[in-house]
Design a protein around this ligand. Structure first.
Ligand code: IVH
Length: 667
């Protein structure tokens, strides 16, 4: 057999094996090979496709992650609108709903199906002749965002439907979710690396789908489950249960647990039963959907403008528990924010033991009138940190102690401030020991500068003994100073000093992350380092430039800019540079020259090299780049086919240069 033919045969074999293993893994939760073996098959396929690019097809498992980030999402119209569901927290209203159905369709038995309502992100996928054509979010119900590339990264979503005769077109409807276990692991990882925690699985799933770069989505390990059709050509199913069977035969995951009922009592019993096992599902579930099984009856009942008349969602109350507030403690965060937290008698809610709950801020405490010693109701609604929702005032004994937010910082005793229009109270003393501790802990921890020997206890000692008042002071420590600390032998001292010295060589992104700029997690720090290459370029970047970094929006951009404008931070950065930390300059020959010093540039049109190269050249020569032409722009670097930016620059009388002239300017 010829080599190419042999490759084609093997590619097909590998694809069907991989698809089968995906099915066993995602649909049956019963994989028959190890992850390693799976990776091996996957790699072989990818390598073969690399050698024979003509064999790549859009439905190949290797095409789950396409390359490069998008600028924004394209809108796609839904074939049939994506409606919402009427919902209620009351069993009585569910009973009324079912009685109404019985009244509207007299003489017929109403078969209801009851199934879990997944708390995720609604999704519609169009398969044409069984091949995934596009996937869209709900949007406004009429048009949604085209999230095809992100959806392709989800292993549970097949690129091709199984079976011989798929319809010409079918829109399948379902829900994308982040499995609870994956969510917990993701947050544990983020805690470890000092990144802010995600609030709940649904927000995380929604946020992931909004990513413009599918490689980031692929890392999130989303999943999906399907519960029905939108539009379907020649759809010859008569009931919801048949539709679910059909979806399952096509290889789409569907609910395993569904109930059927023909009476009000049956429906209520089913939603209660489902409620009892709600914690057992791999996804977060916030209710039960009750729907009419027969499609002909659905047609007769019809729709309101917002929701079908043949379905209703019953929402379960978030799990609550009663417990006592032992004390209220105020924590001082890295940025000086004071957060009141209730220490509770430990209590079991939604599968975990809870001993603390956030009280958010002083206004919240006052609004709810939470006192130390109060019996309170706490609620966990998929969130990791539970909240106090109510105080049981009738259980007061008179011994409860009202709580006011302190006027002075509990750590340093300085007066705290509350900015106009803000609920948060802050300590603005940059030398506040608690803040310094939090900052140094963050700076030194594994995910940032990773300084061995500089754990929580050591940080506490260094700050309490007054040896460190600002993060950079660790670079001034020596044997004599460390010798003043408790339980520090020669060996520990030299290990710590070595660890501190080694941190100077850490890559730039770790240093950026370690600075603890609000909203700048490890991922953002990596992107910023990649983009700007040097601390200096980051420090002098305009807001415009900052928000052009992938995944850095206005909020992160402003936070970075504000951080670098504070005198204390400027002094800190200068000191870190003097101590010889890696500012990215040695690697990137940042100081090419100052020919463009202070000059503001906009780039447009086609140039001989990617635009980033020119941006880099401008920055390395002291200039800066913005995205749009304004009065503040000094020069426009215009390539071929320049459009509206060129027109605008002409109108404003801005200097326009081509590539040749630009190169002359930088010598
Ligand atoms: S049936 C016409 N079944 O709930 C709408 N929806 O409030 C029919 N959802 O965004 C929807 N699980 O994505 C249905 N088992 C389920 C569901 C479900 C979750 C979502 C759906 C929609 C929302 C409606």
């Amino acid at each position: 057999m010829e080599k190419a033919e042999e490759a084609k045969r093997r590619v097909e074999e590998l694809r069907s094996e991989i698809v089968e293993h995906d099915r066993r893994y995602y649909l049956e939760a019963a994989p028959t090979i190890s992850d390693q073996e799976y990776d091996h098959l996957y790699r072989e396929l990818r390598d073969l496709e690399g050698q024979y690019p003509s064999l790549v097809t859009p439905d190949s498992p290797t095409q789950r992650v396409g390359a490069g980030a998008l600028e924004s999402f394209v809108q796609v119209p839904h074939r049939t609108p994506m409606l919402s569901l009427d919902n209620t927290y009351s069993e009585e209203e569910v009973a009324n709903f079912f009685r109404r159905l019985q009244r509207l369709i007299p003489g017929e038995t109403i078969d209801a199906v009851i199934e879990p309502k997944v708390d995720g992100v609604a999704l519609s996928i169009l398969y044409r002749h069984g091949i995934l054509e596009y996937a869209a979010t709900r949007g406004n119900g009429i048009v949604g965002d085209d999230v095809t590339r992100n959806i392709r990264t989800i292993g549970a979503v097949p690129s091709r439907l199984r079976g011989a005769a798929p319809p010409e077109e079918v829109e399948v409807r379902g829900e994308v979710f982040l499995p609870k276990k994956v969510f917990a692991a993701l947050n544990a990882e983020r805690q470890e690396s000092g990144e802010p925690l995600f609030a709940n699985p649904r927000n995380t799933a929604a946020g992931s789908l909004k990513q413009l770069d599918p490689t980031l989505v692929a890392k999130r390990k989303l999943s999906a489950i399907f519960y029905g059709f939108g539009f379907v050509t020649g759809g010859n199913v008569a009931t919801h249960q048949q539709a679910l069977d059909r979806l399952k035969k096509w290889g789409l995951p569907t609910h395993e647990n569904i109930w059927t009922a023909q009476s009000v009592e049956g429906v209520i019993e089913a939603i209660q039963e489902l409620g009892r096992i709600r914690d057992d599902f791999e996804f977060e579930m916030d209710g039960a959907v009750v729907k009419v099984d027969r499609y002909d009856i659905r047609e007769r009942l019809g729709y309101t403008s917002k929701a079908p008349r043949w379905a209703m969602a019953f929402k379960y109350q978030a799990e609550r528990a009663e417990t006592r507030v032992r004390s209220i403690q105020v924590y001082v965060g890295r940025s000086g924010k004071l957060t009141p937290v209730a220490n509770l008698d430990p209590v079991f809610v939604s599968g975990t033991t809870v001993s603390r709950a956030t009280l958010h801020n002083g206004d919240e405490i006052r609004r709810k009138d939470v006192r130390e010693g109060d019996v309170v109701v706490i609620e966990k609604a998929g969130e990791i940190i539970p909240a106090v929702v109510a105080v049981l005032k009738e259980r007061r004994t008179g011994k409860e102690k009202p709580f006011d937010m302190p006027e002075r910082c509990p750590s340093c005793g300085e007066q705290v401030i509350r900015l106009p229009g803000q609920v948060d109270v802050r300590c603005t003393n940059v030398e506040c020991p608690e803040q310094v501790k939090r900052r140094l802990q963050h700076f030194a921890h594994k995910g940032a500068l990773d300084i061995e020997g500089l754990g929580v206890m050591m940080v506490d000692q260094l700050v309490e003994k007054g040896l460190v008042k600002r993060v950079d002071h660790i670079y001034e420590l020596d044997e004599e100073k460390l010798g003043r600390l408790d339980r520090m032998g020669k060996r520990s001292i030299s290990n710590l000093l070595e660890g501190i010295e080694a941190s100077k060589k850490q890559p730039l992104w770790r240093l950026i992350f370690g600075l603890g700029i609000l909203h700048v997690g490890a991922t953002a720090a990596r992107e910023l380092a990649n983009h700007f290459k040097t601390m200096k370029a980051l420090q002098s970047a305009s807001l415009d430039e900052l928000i052009r970094v992938p995944n850095t929006g206005e909020i992160i951009g402003r936070s970075i800019r504000d951080w670098f404008q504070s005198d204390d931070n400027i002094a800190l950065v200068r000191a870190l540079k003097e101590h010889g930390l890696n500012f990215g300059e040695a690697d990137h020959n940042e100081t090419d020259g100052q020919a463009l010093r202070g000059i503001s540039w906009v780039i447009t049109g086609k140039l001989s090299e990617p635009r980033e190269i020119f941006e880099d050249l401008i920055r390395r020569n002291g200039g800066h780049v913005t995205g749009s032409v304004s009065k503040k722009t000094n020069y426009l670097l215009a390539g071929e086919d320049a459009g509206s930016k060129l027109d605008k620059a002409r109108q404003l009388g801005i200097q326009i240069v081509d590539e040749g002239k630009f190169r002359k300017m930088i010598g």
